[in-house]
Design a protein around this ligand. Structure first.
Ligand code: MN
Length: 226
């Protein structure tokens, strides 16, 4: 790639010619109880924790994903993604939804072996979470069109067999709470997006696998690992 080919990542918006320019990609860790348990964590209503995937990891509309280097354990995590169009810091939960432009379906691809090693050694998660095409994402649905969904099936299938099957109403920290607490760490700006965590059923995918994710009322995303 040539230096001048590098482009600002912009998410398409359903029903609009608008594109949403992405600033930062924030993620919430462990936000569904069953997933906390499968990852060997304790279910305590502690404050949510956050990490960042680099913005260039966004892989808009899905398609072919090249199996990443340095891993033998690539995992999928289907997630509801929230797009912010109004910045702020120390946002209160009761005002948080005013900051939301819309919603998308994302997959937080993870080099689980690298992440697990990092956890064990007390090192950063970056190599586990950030690599080329690590964040496939669907077009946005405008909150102005669909409102602010608090429930809806969130599902992921590998080769047409269901692996993750939850509901966004199972989040430990709701969307307003996650935005509120995130905005205490970072002053949010228009263009920030937030991956809100994954339900249980995460697992390994390999080259040749087809992965389809869907959240009712929000959209879907499909990738092929090659
Ligand atoms: Mn995740």
């Amino acid at each position: 790639m040539d230096l001048f080919d590098i482009e600002q990542k912009k998410l398409p918006v359903n029903g609009s010619l608008l594109e949403f320019p992405v600033n930062r990609v924030y993620c919430v860790g462990r936000n569904y109880t069953d997933h906390v348990i499968e990852m060997g964590g304790d279910v305590v209503h502690e404050s949510p924790f956050y990490f960042i995937k680099s913005t260039d990891t966004l892989f808009i509309n899905g398609g072919d994903v090249n199996y990443p280097s340095m891993t033998d354990n690539l995992h999928y995590e289907i997630e509801l993604v929230v797009a912010i169009h109004k910045g702020g810091k120390n946002i209160q939960p009761e005002n948080a939804l005013e900051h939301v432009f819309g919603y998308a379906v994302g997959i937080d691809l993870t080099r689980r072996d690298l992440q697990s090693e990092a956890k064990k050694l007390g090192r950063p998660w970056d190599t586990g979470k950030t690599f080329n095409q690590a964040a496939p994402i669907s077009p946005l649905q405008l909150a102005a069109d669909i409102g602010h969904p608090v429930n809806g099936k969130i599902r992921l299938m590998v080769n047409n067999s269901i692996r993750q099957d939850g509901d966004i109403n199972e989040m430990i920290w709701s969307v307003p709470e996650s935005i509120s607490k995130l905005s205490a760490f970072f002053e949010l700006v228009p263009g920030d997006i937030l991956f809100t965590g994954t339900p249980s059923g995460v697992g390994k995918i390999v080259s040749g696998d087809n992965v389809k994710g869907k959240i009712d009322g929000i959209g879907d995303i499909e990738i092929n690992i090659i």
